[in-house]
Design a protein around this ligand. Structure first.
Ligand code: SF4
Length: 302
């Protein structure tokens, strides 16, 4: 089993020599997506494996629940690419089949059952949509720079809905995991808050509402942010970015990468792509790539 420290020493992200700083010189921005920040917040070692170590440690096999989530997301993206008069439930089987991701399933039988389940979710979900409504963005990249971050991310959907003072934007995130979601999940999601913050600046329109659309249960968990709550989430994201940059600098200055990017053991280790590389993960029983599909509770796929 390969030890964590043998996976290659982290280097500065750019691969370029670090520039010497001088007083008053602006700090370089930390380029990030929600997944990058989330990886470090969950486990700094996982962040290191995913974003720093080169050559990158091998990942485990693809997960069936990720395949299922990706297939449903792409089908919904392609739904909106159809002309409004063709957005009918009969279009769904072809949309889903056309971009179905087959990886990770135990066998054909499980995969077929997952396809039928996904089709049922999509049929239930599109019945709640007005086919004539065109979102402002579908899988739309939004980006913003702050004093610390150069943030970019791809929102599943950005709606424009009437508000008291004109159109307001709403961030919509599709979820396909087996676990239900509630308003606390929407309120606490740093990713959704960062999308809202970035969308407001990208489109120069208010964007305070964020929603998790959970297809398996047909429920919507929403939260209306205030300027202050968005600022708090942004500030937390900037703190995480500062921590990451400090850890990277310490390694550049000679610190032990294993200490700069410690492991955080937990239930997620069984689902970690780097379980075979990580010394903690290696002690954790792994999950089968398909086990989340049949379990009553499973990781929430994007
Ligand atoms: S197995 Fe666990 S401790 Fe190791 S990198 Fe993955 S999440 Fe972190």
């Amino acid at each position: 089993m390969r030890r964590a420290s043998s996976a290659g020493t982290p280097r500065p992200r750019s691969g370029q020599p670090e520039q010497l700083g001088f007083a008053g010189m602006p700090e370089r921005l930390f380029t990030c997506t929600p997944s990058k920040l989330g990886a470090y917040a969950d486990c700094p070692r996982r962040y290191r494996y995913a974003y720093l170590d080169r050559p990158a440690p091998p990942k485990g096999p693809p997960w069936a629940h990720n395949s299922l989530g990706a297939s449903v997301h792409t089908a919904l993206k392609n739904w909106y690419a159809l002309p409004a008069d063709r957005r009918r439930p009969e279009a769904l089987p072809a949309l889903l089949k056309g971009t179905w991701v087959r990886e990770g399933y135990r066998d054909d039988e499980q995969e077929r059952a997952a396809y039928q389940r996904a089709l049922g979710w999509l049929e239930g979900y599109v019945a709640t949509l007005d086919p004539g409504d065109d979102p402002l963005g579908v899988e739309r990249v939004v980006a913003v720079k702050t004093a610390v971050l150069a943030f970019n991310g791809r929102a599943d959907r950005i709606d424009s809905r009437p508000g008291p003072d004109g159109p307001e934007l709403v961030i919509v995130d599709y979820k396909t995991g087996r676990t239900g979601l509630d308003a606390d999940d929407a309120r606490g999601s740093q990713a959704l808050a960062l999308y809202a913050y970035a969308a407001e600046r990208t489109f120069r329109r208010p964007c305070r509402r964020v929603e998790l659309h959970h297809l398996p249960t047909g429920t919507v968990a929403g939260h209306d942010h205030s300027e202050e709550s968005l600022a708090r989430q942004l500030s937390r994201a900037e703190d995480t970015a500062r921590d990451i940059m400090a850890a990277e600098r310490s390694v550049t200055d000679g610190a032990d990468p294993d200490e700069a990017f410690p492991t955080v053991a937990g239930p997620r280790c069984g689902w970690c792509d780097y379980r075979r590389t990580c010394p903690v993960g290696a002690q954790t029983p792994g999950r089968e790539p398909w086990s989340a599909i049949d379990r009553p509770a499973a990781p929430v796929a994007d």
